[in-house]
Design a protein around this ligand. Structure first.
Ligand SMILES: O=C(O)c1cccc(C(=O)CC[C@H]2O[C@@H](n3cnc4c(=O)[nH]cnc43)[C@H](O)[C@@H]2O)c1
Length: 224
């Protein structure tokens, strides 16, 4: 008899992946041992995220994959503690530089640098958060970068290339690529810890972002 590697028994659960343990803890605090959700840390950056998420998806069947964590806000309307539900994930540094400017993967003919997120939970989750907390929720593109933006020049360049981008983080495109391969609906939900731009780690408000992450996770229980 042929054995399927997947454990079908878990097909009803939602896989939430975070880069670091502090994000996982903030999410678990909000989920309050709801067994419909499995939360795993997958490391920092798109490569670790893709590898670890693909590995997790190979072992179990999931209803959805959500990459959650903190992020840098790109536009001035995005404040510390706000939530961003990604409409689309863009691999912002995947491509080639050229004298004519940056060429994304699509232009080079090597595949996709953008993945659309599922939108089924967007409205109910927004409504749930608005009813429960004083957190502003945005629905916009989230960039995945291998390098955290650390200068005003880089930020300006990114804003020019991606006027639709609300926030930047480092794992979404990797985790989304793994979910896409397995044909599992994918979401990225971030809470803002810092403004993207000139590096100043002292200005990161991780506590505020993690508090928002806990509240968003509480609300997530109501929409699945
Ligand atoms: O030191 C801590 O206590 C701590 C707690 C929670 C999270 C961290 C991180 O360092 C998270 C790294 C993670 O955050 C994303 N992120 C946040 N801001 C940005 C940004 O401006 N540009 C890119 N990525 C950002 C990213 O996904 C990192 O993996 C520490």
């Amino acid at each position: 008899m042929k054995h399927d590697r997947k454990k079908i028994t878990d097909a009803c659960s939602v896989l939430i992946v975070t880069s670091v343990e502090a994000e996982k803890e903030a999410i678990l605090k909000g989920l309050k041992s709801d067994h419909r959700f499995q939360v795993e840390t997958i490391g920092v950056g798109p490569v670790a995220a893709a590898a670890r998420t693909a590995w997790l998806l190979g072992d179990n069947s999931y209803k959805a994959v959500i990459n959650m964590g903190v992020a840098g806000g790109i536009t001035s309307n995005i404040q510390i503690g706000d939530a961003v539900i990604a409409s689309e994930i863009i691999a912002g540094d995947l491509g080639a530089e050229s004298p004519e400017g940056f060429k994304p993967l699509e232009e080079l003919g090597f595949g996709l640098s953008r993945l659309k997120c599922d939108n089924q939970i967007v409205s109910p989750l927004k409504e749930e958060i608005n009813n429960k907390a004083d957190i502003t929720v945005h629905n916009g593109a989230v960039l995945t970068l291998s390098t955290v933006t650390g200068s005003a020049e880089t930020l300006e360049r990114l804003k020019m290339r991606f006027p639709e981008a609300s926030a930047e983080a480092m794992e979404g495109f990797g985790a989304a690529t793994a979910a896409d391969l397995h044909d599992v609906p994918f979401y990225e939900i971030r809470t803002i810890s810092n403004a993207a731009g000139p590096r100043n780690k002292n200005a990161w408000r991780l506590k505020d972002a993690l508090t928002s992450l806990t509240i968003v996770s509480e609300c997530l229980k109501e929409v699945f």
